[in-house]
Ligand binder design. Structure first.
Ligand code: HMG
Length: 382
């Protein structure tokens, strides 16, 4: 039985900052961001947006095409959680009118947990093939102002419907896994921004992803030549190029950048979307390449701390009939560009508080955070 990604949809935030603006204000050559990091812009949420509003929008667009009564579980993967107890996906039940007879949980392991959610969903469907699972990745990457990570901020969500006989990508059995305790990037409970050891994070990413490849190669008859295109977690798109070069050195195979080129267009414009980044890379590959039917994709998933997984999927024959690039274009083009002063003010005004507040109406998205009362987050449709 084939199990995999049946359909997917995306959402991002109301605002965007062009990295040329940041470069100009910080007296940095804009090519450091455009070429050195491979990034053009990053998305930034309005005060009435967060991981829940983006996830609800992505999931609503997705579910308009499907029968929600088949969904039995919602797995919400994020590392920018809005509550220490309540799973973010539970808010979607009210906002989207999901059935009550559905399990809803939240998963965390930095940028990796979207992949954990996908794999758990596939295992669950192997047991109950008539059911479907909604896997949501949604994150806001918010680094400290004037920090090394500042140009790699971002925001976005990818909602995926996982089922038997998928329309888009069958996920093949057999993953390569690697977990190691490393303090390359972490966010303690009392901090709204992460702590990062930049160089260590690059080294840890490369070491863990190649180790995950080795684990898979030891378990399956698979060589790099069997992979038609590679997809990566892209904290910034240059990282995918670095990883491919490391893989070429590690395996002794020649690996051209053509293997990853089509996967980077959305992440260049979004910034780091943490759990969603790998699945934006998948979305871009499916949208930008019309020759993928029957071809195998190799997915490199990485989450600091660190967990890495390498797994593969085969693109289904009629995938072009089930993709919606115009929806992504709309999400990217509709963003409102920030000036540098507006960006600084918005960043400085963010507070992870449960004190009562009301947000001013900013976003045009279908759902918004209206504020907090009695220490409870309030969302509304509009
Ligand atoms: P930095 O010190 O700002 O940048 O830190 P740099 O000096 O290393 O320069 C970056 C690149 O730009 C270099 O290229 C320069 O040569 C080039 P490279 O040598 O790497 O190929 N450059 C230029 N190119 C063209 N024209 C120019 C120019 N000037 C310089 N004029 C760093 C960069 C990534 C460390 C920083 O942005 C950072 O700390 N980011 C956050 C951490 C991060 O993203 N790490 C990635 C791996 S960890 C990960 O992916 C997990 C994560 O997503 C979190 C999670 O899992 O939850 C972060």
């Amino acid at each position: 039985m084939k199990i995999g990604i049946h359909d997917l949809e995306v959402a991002t935030s109301h605002y965007v900052l062009d990295l040329d603006t940041l470069a100009e204000q910080h007296d940095i050559d804009p090519n450091k961001f455009r070429i050195g990091l491979g990034q053009d812009k990053f998305s930034m949420p309005a005060p009435d947006e967060d991981i829940v509003t983006m996830a609800a929008e992505a999931a609503q667009t997705l579910l308009e095409r499907h029968d929600v009564s088949k969904i039995r579980q919602v797995y919400f993967a994020t590392e920018s959680s809005v509550d220490q107890s309540k799973a973010a996906g539970v808010y979607l039940h009210e906002l989207l009118g999901l059935p009550a007879n559905v399990r809803s949980i939240e998963l965390k392991q930095a940028c990796y947990s979207g992949t954990a959610a996908l794999q758990l969903a596939i295992n669950a469907i192997a047991r109950n093939p008539e059911e479907q699972i909604l896997v949501i990745t949604s994150d806001v990457a918010r680094y400290a102002l004037d920090s090394g990570g500042e140009p790699t901020q971002g925001a976005g969500s990818v909602a995926m419907l996982i089922s038997a006989d998928p329309n888009l990508v069958e996920i093949e059995p057999g993953s390569g896994l690697h977990t190691t305790d490393v303090n390359d990037f972490w966010r303690p409970n009392d901090s709204t921004t992460p702590f990062v050891d930049g160089q260590l994070s690059l080294d840890a990413y490369l070491a863990a992803t190649t180790a995950a490849w080795d684990d898979l190669a030891a378990r399956r008859e698979l060589s790099v030549d069997d992979i038609h295109r590679f997809l990566h977690h892209q904290p910034f798109t240059k990282m995918a190029r670095k990883q491919l070069a490391a893989m070429a050195e590690h395996t002794g195979c020649e690996l051209s950048d053509d293997l990853i080129e089509e996967s980077m267009s959305y992440n260049r414009a979004l910034g780091n979307t943490y759990t969603a980044s790998l699945y934006f890379a998948l979305t871009a590959q499916l949208h930008n390449n019309a020759e993928l039917a029957g071809k195998r994709l190799g997915f490199f998933s990485y989450g600091s701390g660190a967990v890495a997984e390498f797994f593969t999927g085969v693109v289904q024959d009629n995938y072009r009939d089930h993709i919606y690039p115009q929806n992504v274009a709309k999400q990217l083009d509709n963003r409102v560009e920030l000036t540098y002063d507006e960006y600084r003010e918005l960043h400085e005004s963010f507070a992870a508080t449960s004190e009562t507040f009301t947000t001013s109406k900013t976003t045009n998205a279908p759902f918004r955070l209206s504020g907090v009362t009695e220490r409870q987050r309030r969302y509304e449709a509009q």
